[in-house]
Write a protein that binds this ligand. Sequence first.
Ligand SMILES: N[C@H](CCC[C@H](N)C(=O)O)C(=O)O
Length: 279
Amino acid sequence: MKFTKMQGIGNDYIYVNCFEEQVVNPEQLSVRLSDRRFGIGGDGLILIMPSQIADFKMRIFNADGSEAMMCGNGTRCIGKYVYEHGLTNKTHITLETNSGIKYLELHCTGDQVTSVTVDMGKAILTPREIPVESDSQEPFVAKPVQVGDRLERLTCVSVGNPHAVVFCDRVEDLDLEKLGPLFEHHAIFPDRVNTEFVRVIDDHTLQMRVWERGSGETLACGTGACATTVAAVLNGYCPQGEPILVKLRGGDLTITYQADGTVMMTGPAEEVFQGEINL
Ligand SMILES: N[C@H](CCC[C@H](N)C(=O)O)C(=O)O
């Protein structure tokens, strides 16, 4: 099977062009290929597929084989792949995902895509739609929740997939291997959750680390950066309607939580290598 390894600010996936390849059991394949010793190595597997309702369709599987609704860094890499591999010559592309159709704008230098802007759709704040258990239907903002032996203040947002955002004074020395699973498997998240640990640098700059549902700590999370920006606005740290620089371990994204409730994400995408593997 042919594949392409791509990364969006260090969030690296194995991409399969399903116009040419057939993938039978993507859940199992993601576990096997994501292994960084016995497989190709990656945060998961992403399938690029034909769509009846959009230009292309994406399915994304975490390293543990669980299928996710959406992958922000993955959408940008797909935009780059389909343009540079001749599947389209359009620079405005629609992409069907498990959380609806996303709209991509490719920014090119010559025949190379250097960055992509994605309309991530409306941020979802109603607790039961995230989903997060709550005794109220009001947005889940800075609510105290016992996580392990600490009382944490969580802000929960969905950008097509569930996120819990925690604001901290420092993020570099957090032990995410210990903390991450306590959030991911917490009883208030019926579908588990992606968790972002965020330091506010100033009212237009955020620094974050992320423990991803199904993949552990990754160097970046596109939907996580979007959820983080929405949470920062809801908590009064950043202004709505202005571009916020989100600094992640693998690089930076520019996110705008717009007045109409939609979220725009702009960032790079890179192709690392192409390969073939005997399954
Ligand atoms: N772990 C996520 C999917 C990948 C999201 C992330 N890699 C991104 O760039 O948005 C989930 O289970 O919802």
